[in-house]
Design a protein around this ligand. Structure first.
Ligand code: GLA
Length: 368
């Protein structure tokens, strides 16, 4: 039996760094994906990618961290699955991808979710989506060292074509929102500043938020489980006890959550110009209060402010590089992209990559 898994990337319309704070996000799946083709192999396991990497190992060997970053995703998945079934089958996996890695469109979660899905079927594990999400998060936390949330994995597993997901990351309540932007498109502009989030300040932000929550709870004599539950009065009440950075992070999370809820309403009412304004506000917050942007992302967002055909723009994903997400008039894309590309190149000497994103469907499996 051959199993083919299509595991998409993720676009987040708004709601950044809120997922691990138990807040709201508004993502959709991208119509680009990692495609994995699995088969049982008797002797040893073999994973090969179209980027020219390959690895050979015996699945029964004890876990050993690899010095090659991407191999740890594969080993992490296998270790997590072994906790459920100790004698997994050796396998071969051929990976082909249309998702650029390190661009903030969740290529790593697409890889991990795709591997878990395929291997769980090859080994008759019958995992449901929530189990796959948890295992996938464990892989990031324990084998990669990134203390990420669940937005990417949830989206990859549950997305529907032409829909965004308004997801409450605290109780996982979900509302699908129709994406029908008429004469507008979602355009991703890739800075080509590649990042491995585990080596950025991402984890520092996770810890700052945890510490801010602890202090806000203590000062206000409350017991919230996550930072997204805290009110503005409670944050201000704890201002003197919070460090300036913790205060800024808490204010950002408070505001970003409200922007997500408002954005979902605006998109439902087709008021996209107001949604665009919230995108710009989100970027300002990520830049100034959350401090996860970088000069290339800021440059791209600033460029769009001078152009009428762009309705909204902001950095997307963990930050420190990767893409901006833009809402842009379809018939002006070519002209706008060529102008921004030229300016970006003359400022940074880096080529800009543009991707027109469609809201695609979630993970898909075909058995042959
Ligand atoms: C990365 C993480 C997500 C989320 C975003 C920021 O993509 O994997 O869990 O925290 O950053 O919104």
């Amino acid at each position: 039996m051959k199993i083919k898994v299509t595991s998409p990337g993720r676009v987040n319309l708004i709601g950044e760094h809120t997922d691990y704070n138990g807040g709201y996000v508004l993502p959709c799946a991208l119509n680009l994906s990692i495609n994995l083709s699995f088969e049982i192999n008797n002797k040893e396991s073999f994973v090969k990618t179209d980027l020219g990497y390959s690895m050979t190992f015996n699945i029964n060997n004890p876990y050993k961290k690899s010095s090659i970053h991407w191999e740890n995703y594969v080993f992490g998945v296998i270790e997590e699955l072994k906790k459920i079934k100790s004698d997994l089958n050796n396998f071969s996996c051929d990976i082909k991808s249309s998702l650029p890695p390190g661009a903030g469109i969740s290529s790593s979660s697409a890889l991990v979710c795709g591997l878990i899905k395929g291997l769980s079927i090859l080994n008759n594990l019958n995992l449901d989506n929530s189990e796959i999400i948890n295992l996938s998060r464990n892989v990031e936390h324990y084998y990669i060292g990134l203390l990420g949330g669940i937005m990417d994995q949830y989206t990859i597993l549950n997305a529907k074509e032409n829909k965004a997901i308004l997801l409450n990351c605290n109780d996982l309540k979900t509302k699908y929102i129709d994406i029908n932007f008429g004469n507008l498109e979602i355009l991703l502009l890739d800075t080509n500043i590649k990042h491995n989030l585990a080596s950025t300040e991402y984890n520092v932000r996770v810890k700052e938020c945890k510490q801010a929550l602890k202090t806000i709870n203590e000062v206000n004599n409350i017991k919230y489980k996550n930072l997204s539950q805290v009110s503005l009065e409670e944050i201000n009440g704890a201002k003197n006890e919070l460090s300036l950075n913790q205060f800024k992070r808490a204010i950002f999370v408070y505001n970003e959550n409200r922007r997500v809820i408002k954005s979902a309403e605006l998109i439902e009412k087709n008021n996209l110009s107001e949604f665009g304004k919230l995108m710009y506000q989100s970027h300002e917050g990520l830049k100034n209060n959350y401090e996860v942007s970088c000069k290339e992302l800021d440059f791209l967002v600033d460029q769009t402010k001078k152009i009428d055909g762009v309705i909204g723009a902001r950095m997307m994903g963990g930050g420190f590089g990767g893409c901006t997400v833009n809402l842009i008039k379809s018939n002006e894309i070519a002209e706008i992209v060529s102008k921004i590309k030229e300016n970006y190149n003359s400022n940074f000497g880096i080529n800009l990559k543009a991707i027109i994103a469609k809201a695609g469907s979630g993970i898909n499996v075909v058995k042959i």
